[in-house]
Write a protein that binds this ligand. Sequence first.
Ligand code: ADP
Ligand code: MG
Length: 648
Amino acid sequence: MNRIRLLPEQVANQIAAGEVVERPASVVKELVENSLDAEARRITVETQAGGRSLIRVTDDGTGMSRDDALLCLERHATSKIQRAEDLHSIATMGFRGEALPSIASVSRFTLTTRERESDSPEGTQVVINGGKIVEVKAAGAAAGTSIESRSLFFNLPARRKFLRAQETESAHIQHYLTLAALAHPNVAFTFVKDGRTVWQLPAVPSDADRIAALRERMRQLSGTLPQLINVEANEVLNERLAPDPGEGSETADAKSEIRLWGVIGAPGVSRSTREAQHVFVNRRPVENRGINHALIEGYHTALMKGRFPVCCLFLEIDPSAVDVNIHPAKREVKFRDERAVRGFVARATRDALLGFHSPTEAHAVRPGLRAEPPRIEWLAPQRPTLPNEPALPGFPTASAPRPVAAPTALPLGFRAETATAPIITNYPVAADKLPAISNPQSSIPTHQPSGTPLLAVPLRIVGVIGKLYVVLESDRGLVLLDQHAAHERILFEQMLARLERNEVTSQRLLLPETIELGARDASFVRGIMATLTRLGVGLSEFGERTFLLDGLPPMVKAPDARGFVVSLIDDLKAAGDGVNSMRLGEHVIAKTVCRHAVKANDPLAGPELENLVNDLRHCAMPYTCPHGRPTLIEMNFRELEKKFGRAQ
Ligand code: ADP
Ligand code: MG
């Protein structure tokens, strides 16, 4: 007996719908993508009850002829590809020819369309109920296409039951629409939810400056933006291709251009989830683990552990170097050479972050302002510098012992302690390199556009609070600097520079000390001893579990050298968190030594603080400590005015 039968068309469509139409947001996605493929300039999305009762997408795109309007509802009917080879170079959002028949098979579906090119005011309307054509008729219609999908899954009660609460489904819809709107600033989007207009985003011309257009679209979507840096990079992608199974074992190379552009959060801007991380490959929103890793790699020490970058990035790559056909909804993509792409994205991110602080480009002199190098100066008269304070290379020493201010009288104590003799220092720091900004003395709020790095403007030290936070004034407002974080960053970069130059510098201890450790700790220390020595911690073996300590890194001022090293070892063990000490990277060790050195040192005061700000200016990544925490926080005059109710 023959038992195999071809499935009826309607059942086949419903099965396909199982893959393509997961939830209302999938319907919105497919319809909006079709509108974008049809070159729409304006797209309106209306939903009711989280898309369960109604989804309507209306566009002013090319529209369809009567024949096409009928044909597009057949499975595998598409105008976007013709041959299998076309799959290697897909430039449209759609190509599978499955969406419309799938959606029509699981809802009450109405398609109304009129060709943009045609002169006739008459369009076509097709009504389908759960996959069955109910009516095809001529209908007056605006040029473009409007597709309505009501009562989603009405004929599949099991699927309908799986839909989540309206708000959840709505959130998915809005998330997708956000992505579509970000990827197409030149298209106007309107989103109406349950009769209420959620968005009305005007089109932003993007021909002249696509990053400016993207920023404008981001502003339309979310009002205020965090501080963002532009990314613009391109390279020749050198792919190492796996050998073709049939053709020997020769590996081949392929060269093509790859480009990354968009915006990323400035150092210190991050989120606790990937929610604000938007990545597009050839304008398609995607998930790709390689790119996620590349971003974190690119941020390196500018991102806190467990935090995620904020970004909106567009990767443009030869369509043949990426497979978008590995997921029915095309959410995931696979690159032919994942490593090459990952390396490129990491480099582009890192260069943008480094370029943010590098004064060469983007921060041109503002016209009409006096050219004057940034400088630091004390607002209040300060304690005089004591002669003969021993200075260590690269960093000033702690000041002479100071009276401890009573905690309750900290601000007063601070002043009493510091206000003795006036010194005002001008530091013509790298005057040739840094941009000239207005006179720091004038406190007229100038509301500089955000995007000018904080350290490129003149700063005046006002004082220190809580023995930790340095209060500074810039011509934009208030700046707070975390001494520890800043100090850590400076030490870290100095250490890396020395490591790179292969230069071991260490302060010799007058009296070497011995350190005795437990068996486990001793073997841990043996594993990292070489690196510690390179970082300036002079340790050598002196017995099975005994070590000789004869040097400390240059900037460590610990009076108890032994105590410093013992607790450094504890810290390193915690940093390693159970991993074999051999696997603790140089950078992790350097970071830990820095954190420790800072903890061991006295709080900075007087001219040391000026040096701190100056040294920070010379760092490659000054805005975060090596663990990714911010070194500086700014509150500009506008924010202050808001807080004081002087401005809206
Ligand atoms: P695909 O997008 O993969 O081609 P769909 O089922 O989504 O498959 O759409 C089938 C075809 O219908 C498309 O190839 C396109 O020619 C046509 N089409 C769908 N939506 C629109 C629209 N909004 N405007 C113009 N043509 C459309
Ligand atoms: Mg489609």
